[in-house]
Ligand binder design. Structure first.
Ligand code: AMP
Length: 281
């Protein structure tokens, strides 16, 4: 397994693979790898001839009062896990090389896709995400890139950027991986105290309650949202509970699939997100 630290070295490695006729799969991550990342990596290893993952905690997507400094950095463990899963290369660029002092270029998907949901409480977050993903795509030059439904809004934004900027990369979406008790896997779960973690379980339970209401024929978004809010009684603050069209993220008054029921809430100091997709049956 190769570890590449500069965009130039990454691009040369990738060009060599492409010239040899191999398909390149790519899984962007911020490290602190867990089963959610592993499922994306397995997907890429199964579909593509070679798999690259990036490990980069992207300062541009963190707000001034967010957890950039504190974000878990576990490179040696991540490397071992990547190797075991059959990753061929890790791209781990340096933050100062990615964003030199005179860095001046940003990619911004405008409009409702980035303004709603997490966009409201995390101004500039998606601009940071699209900028870094564009840079990573340029360095890695993959045929396919794998993203988790865990970050459903991020996925919708990246799909739009990829289409709008003609990257010619296939975006592959894989489902949310959960702990045995239902909590969505996240690198941020390690911030939770045992007591907070227990309370955080009301998030997946609230989403399940929403799903059950829909299964019973409820179609009024407001009724479902209110029931989900009520079921979130154990969190410390609700950022949002939204029912939106899964592609456009436009709010729905009447629920029609494919819809997304998405939640962001704070437990202790930790902001958690989760969602379920309501597919057409
Ligand atoms: P991150 O390292 O948190 O930036 O996440 C990297 C990728 O892993 C993103 O595409 C996430 O959506 C995906 N991911 C994170 N957690 C999960 C999960 N529990 N299930 C599926 N994918 C996930």
């Amino acid at each position: 397994m190769s570890v590449l630290e500069t965009a130039g070295a990454m691009r040369s490695w990738s060009l060599e693979q492409r010239t040899a006729g191999r398909s390149v799969g790519f899984v962007p991550t911020m490290g602190a790898l867990h089963e959610g990342h592993a499922s994306l990596i397995r997907g890429s290893v199964a579909d593509c001839d070679v798999t690259v993952i990036s490990i980069f905690v992207n300062p541009a997507q963190f707000g001034p009062n967010e957890d950039y400094e504190r974000y878990p950095r576990t490179f040696e463990a991540d490397k071992g896990m990547a190797e075991d899963l059959g990753v061929d290369a890790i791209y781990a660029p340096d933050a100062r090389a990615m964003y030199p002092a005179d860095y001046a270029t940003y990619v911004d998907v405008l409009g409702p896709l980035t303004e709603r949901l997490c966009g409201r409480s995390r101004p500039g977050h998606f601009r940071g995400v699209t900028t870094v993903v564009a840079k990573l795509f340029n360095a890695v030059q993959p045929h396919r890139a794998y993203f988790g439904q865990k970050d459903a809004q991020q996925l919708a934004v990246i799909r739009r950027m990829t289409r709008d900027l003609d990257f010619g990369i296939e975006i592959v979406e894989l489902p949310i991986v959960r702990e045995a008790d239902g909590l969505a896997r996240s690198s941020r779960n390690q911030y939770l105290t045992p007591e907070e973690r227990e309370r955080a379980l009301c998030i997946p339970r609230a989403l399940e309650k929403g799903r059950a209401l829909l299964a019973n024929g409820e179609r009024a978004a407001e009724t479902v949202r209110q029931a989900v809010r009520d079921a979130l009684a154990e969190v410390d603050a609700i950022d949002y509970v939204e029912l939106v069209d899964a592609e456009t993220l436009e709010p729905l008054a009447e629920i029609r699939p494919p819809a997304l029921l998405a939640v962001a809430a704070r437990v202790g100091e930790t902001r958690l997100i989760d969602n379920i997709k309501l597919e057409a049956t």
